[in-house]
Ligand binder design. Structure first.
Ligand SMILES: [Zn+2]
Length: 82
């Protein structure tokens, strides 16, 4: 099978992201997933379209940042035999 070099259209990608392209095992979905598997460009594009994906990334980086800057915030649980 030849390598598909044509990027899916924004509309198609958008429909895939929102699960409107078809059932998970349908040909259009499998084709797009095969493309996304080797096309970072389209993965990034999809992630940008995914609002929650983007905010998840931001949340993760913010969390990591706050963990780094606030190392002493961990509160140990009170010992039962105090
Ligand atoms: Zn692509």
């Amino acid at each position: 099978m030849a390598v598909v070099q044509v990027h899916p259209s924004d509309e198609k990608l958008d429909r895939y992201i929102h699960g409107r392209l078809g059932p998970p095992d349908s040909v259009p979905v499998l084709k797009i997933e095969e493309h996304l598997f080797r096309c970072t460009h389209c993965v990034l594009k999809a992630e940008r379209s995914l609002e929650y994906g983007q905010s998840l990334r931001e949340a993760l980086s913010t969390l990591r940042h706050s963990w780094k800057t606030r190392p002493g915030t961990y509160v140990s649980p009170p010992s039962p035999d105090h």
